[in-house]
Ligand binder design. Structure first.
Ligand SMILES: O=C(O)CCC(=O)C(=O)O
Ligand SMILES: [Fe+2]
Length: 259
């Protein structure tokens, strides 16, 4: 990892790890059932016919009455080794974001629009160490699009620097700054050419595997599959209880659930 001294502001040790077969089939089927009852019933979009909204938050599911408590979806984490791993990585008690946890349903037949490349830092702020517990509900990486990930955190350095140049002294993003922090695959490829090794790859994951990565690593929807299959996934965002308190203190109205 090479990060210039300036770009080290707020930096924490990067996280990227894989937990193969971490989730039992019964649980995956339950999560699939929730998507069957909600996202997969969405209307064909108007306008140019592309499917921009193929994600739904846990808070939205609660508003729809599909669940009463976030625990019904997120409580499962508590029964797995993943909860302890999150506590270990974040150094203490942790909470799960209710409004920053998404179910996704990528449907090529509906022309779902791939997520552009970005750092997840914009979700909670650059100064809040955050884990994305990424749960594919389909086999991904070969026939269905998974995520394409930067091999190094803080890469490309000019884009990480842009994040730091955008945030205020608390590491928070001003309103309206999000669009400038989204990048195309082609933009990233321009940085790849300078590297000897390919700087990005798309992990092959099975239904039941889990990938955990943090807010400092560039990623986006995998684009290099011709004629892709549908893909479902859940992205669960976890921060420390201590940072939750801090966010409250600076007036960020976010909802969390203890893990
Ligand atoms: O599901 C995708 O393709 C994008 C997801 C993403 O950006 C994330 O989980 O942070
Ligand atoms: Fe993301």
């Amino acid at each position: 990892m090479t990060v210039t001294a300036e770009a080290k502001q707020f930096a924490t040790d990067p996280v990227l790890e894989f937990h193969r077969g971490a989730l039992p089939l019964s649980l995956i089927e339950r999560l699939d059932g929730l998507i069957d009852k909600t996202l997969s019933l969405r209307k064909q979009p108007a306008g140019d016919g592309t499917d921009e909204v193929w994600a739904i938050t846990v808070s939205h599911l609660m508003r729809l009455g599909v669940m009463k408590e976030p625990d019904q979806l997120l409580g499962f984490l508590r029964d797995t080794a993943l909860a302890d791993r999150c506590r270990e990585l974040l150094g203490g008690d942790v909470v799960v974001s209710v409004d920053g946890t998404f179910l996704r349903d990528f449907q090529p037949s509906r022309r779902s629009v791939p997520a552009p490349f970005h750092f997840d830092a914009y979700v909670m702020g650059a100064s809040v160490p955050m884990l994305n517990v990424w749960v594919p509900l389909s086999d991904v990486g070969e026939r269905a699009p998974g995520l394409t990930m930067a091999k190094r955190a803080f890469w490309p350095e000019p884009y990480w620097q842009r994040v730091l140049d955008t945030v205020d002294e608390d590491g928070m993003f001003p309103r309206g700054s999000r669009a400038d922090l989204m990048h195309t695959y082609e933009e990233l490829m321009a940085f790849c050419r300078a590297d000897e090794e390919p700087a990005m790859w798309s992990p092959v994951l099975s239904r039941g595997d889990v990938m955990i990565f943090d807010h400092q690593r560039m990623h986006g929807t995998q684009l290099d599959i011709e004629d892709p299959l549908p893909r479902r996934s859940i992205e669960i965002r976890v921060i420390s209880t201590e940072r939750e308190r801090w966010l409250k203190g600076i007036g960020r109205p976010l909802t969390f659930m203890p893990l």
